[in-house]
Write a new protein. Sequence first.
Length: 361
Amino acid sequence: MSRQVNFAAGPSTLPYDVLLEAQAEFVDYHGGGVSLIEMSHRSPEYEAVQGSALELAKELLGVPEDFDALVLQGGATLQFAMVPMNLLHGGASGAYVDSGSWASKAMADASHHGESYAAWSGADGGYTAMPSPDEVEVRPGTRYLHVTSNETIGGIQMTQWPDVEVPLVGDMSSDYMSRTIPWDRFDIVYGGAQKNMGPAGATLVFVRRSILDETNRDLASYLRYDIHAAKGSMYNTPPVFAIYMMSRVLEWVKAQGGLPAMEERAAIRSALVYGAIDASDGYYRSPVDAASRSKMNVVFRLSSEELEAQFVSEASEAGMANLKGHRDVGGIRASLYNAMPIEGVELLAEFMSDFRRANAE
């Protein structure tokens, strides 16, 4: 079988060795005669898998002991609601860094559960940059500042955290497990697993334990962080296969050298594509401010949509899949998550040079 180089934004490429391991264990898990996804989620075998996944996630990310690790369903999108539902009570408001599509959706959802406002917005600039730390303005009575660390659609990444007096809440879906996190500044960090940690279906949430006594109790049970923490993320049946795959991917990350290795590889991969863009004399154009360039999602344009369609088609024929930009913005997008081999990015950079030579007027 010939596998394509998969630049999909999510669900994303997974380590090939992990896929082979899952294939081998899928029908008969550890000689038990059944698949793991057929077992009770209360079985010792599955409880060991989930426990290992959450402990390994905390180890790799350097999460302090005063955070609870939760694995939930509903993706980051459910967290857009759960965060304000749990934290915005008693008249408190939520501040948001409006950095693009996902941040805007989080802020809009929060407005249904309390007051939310933009402490900074990149709308006037077309969402092409992140704010500097001192540009974010938080009002009195604000409970938290929500940040989206990486905008998957717009291709911008927060490289400096805002300098504010309130705790941060972070949606880190698309750069989770690829960068260090200043945990002392956060009350909640969340994100879907389907970029850097596994398949779709599992959402990894870290909640500072000290805030659980203060969260809203007037909610349906599944929407309460304190209940999930008390039940060890077993309040209802968890997404067992997604968590199993996450555990295997995290083991792979550790074997590769952990978070330092992931950060180093992210810098190498993104530099290859940005280098091809910058060396093209304007043939490829990145709309993103250089200081906010994402290491996870590199977006760029060509001179026409027809030429972009040709680029995507010919790249696919050359073994590179899912390079079409998001439907809301168009263009080209190369997603460079942890499991993307550097050799695959080298192939893309070489193709960009060849395509330019063949099609430049």
